[in-house]
Write a protein that binds this ligand. Structure first.
Ligand code: UDP
Length: 333
């Protein structure tokens, strides 16, 4: 059994890779190292457990020949597809970058899968495909209406996957992540983006750098304290969801989509308070204008994943902040 992980040198994919190694899966990692880190590949190779990192292939999904080479070299059984650009605001400024990488890159991957008769894929989708929700919590039947090119790029790939199932029998699970947080519990791998745009790492950076003031992007949203409300799912819980989704497809499960969240929402101010409590440090903060593309409220109804995949989140927001802080102290200089 061999699993191909696209984007495997990035934050979420590498925590999932670690979990697969611990669960006895062999993996091949494909990453162009544009946002991923070679150090993460080195760390994964060092912590091979019941499964092994069979290969790391540096390549770009935008180049058909790069991804085709991965399938020529290895007999892949299933694909976990993480590789994507992920910054909402940047996607509003440079949609071309997002559609080419996220949509055309995915099509190249799917083309290589079809050419090599690989018919199972777990796709990293996003709560951003719901746009500004009509009501929360959001279940999978909620209307899809992205409000930024990042969300649209994921929406389009979900649509392509549906059409490929109908025409070619390709089986897919789309996991619609809500906000992912935390690090590996043994502090081997954690969140590392350059530039960092995400909430919890930005708060932790402000705690540790007196010169840096944490910016709250808007306090005039229609939420309980005016700041955006999100559902923060722990990255190791998310890794479990991938292991279950893979197993579901390998056991003959039909194509489907699942929300992956905790079904609880916290505002930016509440996350700040929790960070101050856990780190026992005061955080300098300032309210600035809204960031383009942000929805006021995104909270999952993840009952479908709980029922069909047998998944459930086990870790709290506090657990995620604690592991993120440990990782921050160890890894970020
Ligand atoms: N946010 C913020 N300041 C920051 C980073 C994020 O106020 O420095 C807010 C952002 O507007 C959003 C929430 O925190 O409402 C979560 O943002 P993040 O970028 O972590 O994830 P997203 O919801 O965009 O996927």
């Amino acid at each position: 059994m061999l699993t191909l992980i696209t984007g495997g040198a990035g934050y979420i994919a590498s925590v999932v890779a670690l979990s697969l190694l611990e669960n006895g899966y062999n993996i091949v990692i494909f990453d162009n190292l544009e946002n991923g880190h070679r150090e993460i590949i080195d760390a994964l190779k060092k912590i091979e457990a019941k499964g092994k990192v069979v290969d790391f292939m540096e390549g770009d999904l935008r180049e058909q020949s790069d991804i085709s080479a991965a399938f020529s070299k290895h007999k892949i059984d299933i694909v976990l597809h993480f590789a994507a650009h992920i910054q909402v605001e940047e996607s509003t400024q440079n949609p071309q970058k997002y559609y080419i990488n996220n949509v055309c890159g995915s099509m190249n991957l799917l083309g290589a899968m079809l050419a090599n008769s690989v018919d199972k894929i777990v796709f990293s989708s996003t709560a951003a495909i719901y746009g500004e929700p009509e009501s929360v919590p959001i279940d999978e039947n909620h209307r899809l209406a992205p409000i930024n090119p990042y969300g649209w790029s994921k929406f389009i790939v979900e649509k392509i996957l549906n059409d490929y199932e109908a025409a070619y029998g390709l089986k897919s699970v789309s996991l619609r992540y809500f906000n992912v947080a935390g690090a590996d519990r043994h502090t081997r791998i954690g969140e590392w983006h350059e530039p960092e745009t995400h909430l919890i790492p930005n708060i932790l950076a402000a705690i540790n750098n007196q010169e840096r003031i944490f910016q709250i992007y808007g306090d005039n949203f229609n939420t309980r304290d005016g700041t955006c409300l999100r559902d923060y799912v722990n990255v190791e819980d998310l890794a479990d969801a991938h292991v279950f989704a893979m197993q579901y497809l390998l056991d003959g499960g039909t194509s489907d989509c699942f929300n992956i969240g905790t079904d609880e929402g916290y505002t930016v101010k509440e996350v700040l308070d929790a960070c101050e409590k856990i780190t026992q440090k005061k955080i300098e903060k300032i309210i600035v204008k809204r960031r383009a593309g942000d929805s006021a409220m995104l909270v999952a109804d993840s009952q479908k994943a709980r029922k069909i995949l047998n998944w459930k989140p086990k870790r709290s927001l506090e657990d995620s902040i604690s592991s993120a802080y440990k990782w921050y102290l160890k890894a970020v200089k």
